[in-house]
Design a protein around this ligand. Structure first.
Ligand SMILES: [Zn+2]
Ligand SMILES: [Zn+2]
Length: 178
């Protein structure tokens, strides 16, 4: 358990949205995956099996606004980092009553410290050539942590730039020296 700001599992569970579908893409179920970070709170990324991201959330049990720290983390994990814009991050403050009695009691016991939830939602947008871009996430273990990147949703399984760079490097090292 990390220090101040850490979110007990019971609280994190109460915040989980009901399972949803991947809208305007494949219509399949969106799955929640936890991602690790140096921040004290908990991250969840909600994505379909092809990696199209519906929303990414960060929850911290704190009075302060964790938006700037959350944005800095996302920018480090996104290619290009400029795709993470302040206006796509939304802060919600949860005090408990709307999450049910057990959660409300836990929050009350902690000097009424609320939970802060930062949502990062990047809506589909048009690239310069007029084609659509969606936010994807690659959660493969060959790189540490998630890699977020905008790509065309018609590519099927979009290519993660970090995995693609790794493939190129490997191909180069296997080529015999001239
Ligand atoms: Zn999808
Ligand atoms: Zn990757």
């Amino acid at each position: 358990m990390k220090g101040r700001g850490a979110v007990p599992l019971a609280l994190a569970r109460a915040l989980r949205p009901p399972p949803g579908k991947c809208y305007h893409h494949c219509g399949r179920l969106v799955r929640a995956t936890s991602i690790a970070s140096p921040l004290p709170g908990r991250w969840q990324v909600y994505a379909c099996p092809s990696g199209v991201v519906s929303v990414t959330s960060y929850v911290e049990w704190t009075r302060r606004d964790p938006s700037a720290a959350a944005r800095a983390f996302l920018a480090r994990r996104t290619i290009p980092a400029t795709a993470v814009r302040a206006r796509d991050l939304r802060l919600a403050t949860r005090h408990g009553p709307e999450l049910g009695r057990p959660v409300e009691q836990i929050l009350r016991a902690a000097e009424r410290r609320p939970m802060r939830v930062v949502y990062w939602r990047l809506y589909p947008f048009k690239a310069r050539d007029g084609t659509e871009r969606r936010l994807f996430v690659c959660l493969r273990r060959r790189h540490t942590g998630p890699v977020f990147f905008p790509a065309s949703p018609t590519d099927g399984r979009a290519r993660c730039p970090v995995c693609a760079a790794g493939r190129k490097r490997r191909a180069r090292s296997q080529r015999p020296a001239a």
